[in-house]
Design a protein around this ligand. Structure first.
Ligand SMILES: Cc1cc2nc3c(=O)[nH]c(=O)nc-3n(C[C@H](O)[C@H](O)[C@H](O)COP(=O)(O)O)c2cc1C
Length: 216
């Protein structure tokens, strides 16, 4: 099996940075983009429930509107691709059943055999949390997909900027997410850095390993 070497992994994690200025003329190769979409789809989530949608914004006019709702940050319009990572709202037992149905199809097990998993999932997600706690928990899962996307892009030598600097309410309105039962959580602009982006050359600012890693 072909894997990245240790050096390649660390090199790419050092190479990546939150790109401030994208090269607006450089587009991601469709096969690379399709690979990154698949990386998003393969993201893990608690109980495997995948309570998310990844909204790839294709329309340049819509991206202009989103830029205005993102404090004018140029990544929103200049990056080759823009993904709004959204969470499902108003989660119910139906969402759990949709996942169990999918397990049944993919693994060829009868849904009835999944009753213990159903009981555990409903207990944890529906009965065990109030609406606010459930929303927070589901949104956290979306960040796992974001991390997966950022690392995957870095391994392919593709730049990205994770972004929370936007108005979720405005995004939801512009993209019609509320009527789809979704809410925007975080954004990823993906493409190639501009040669003018002075942030590309700055050293990475991280606390020393000894401070962030506790071996107990
Ligand atoms: C969830 C999240 C939201 C962020 N939002 C923005 C943003 O709106 N605009 C921006 O330019 N950078 C944003 N950043 C980038 C961070 O400032 C950056 O990742 C951090 O300073 C570490 O630097 P590095 O990613 O270049 O290594 C965000 C990062 C994360 C993880």
């Amino acid at each position: 099996m072909k894997t990245a070497t240790r050096e390649q992994l660390i090199d790419q994690l050092n190479w990546r940075y939150a790109t401030k200025q994208f090269d607006a003329d450089r587009q991601i190769d469709p096969a690379d983009w399709s690979t990154l979409e698949e990386a998003l789809q393969l993201s893990p989530s608690s109980l495997g429930l995948q309570l998310w949608k990844f909204v790839v914004v294709e329309d340049p006019e819509v991206r202009e509107q989103l830029k205005a709702a993102s404090w004018g940050q140029s990544q929103i319009t200049d990056a080759s691709k823009l993904v709004v990572l959204a969470v499902k709202k108003n989660i119910t037992e139906k969402d759990i059943d949709a996942h169990l149905q999918r397990i049944s199809e993919v693994r060829g097990v009868p849904v009835e055999a999944l009753a213990p998993l159903r009981e555990m999932s409903v207990g944890s997600v529906i009965l065990g949390k109030d609406d606010a706690a459930r929303d927070v928990w589901a949104s956290r899962q979306v960040y796992i997909a974001l991390g997966n996307l950022l690392t995957s892009a870095a391994l392919l030598g593709i730049d990205a900027c994770p972004m929370e600097g936007f108005s979720p309410a405005d995004y939801d309105r512009i993209l019609g997410l509320e009527e789809k039962g979704l809410g925007s959580v975080v954004v990823a602009a993906i493409g190639y850095r501009s040669s003018q982006d002075k942030y590309a050359g700055l050293p990475k600012v991280r606390f020393p390993k000894e401070e962030v890693l506790l071996h107990v």
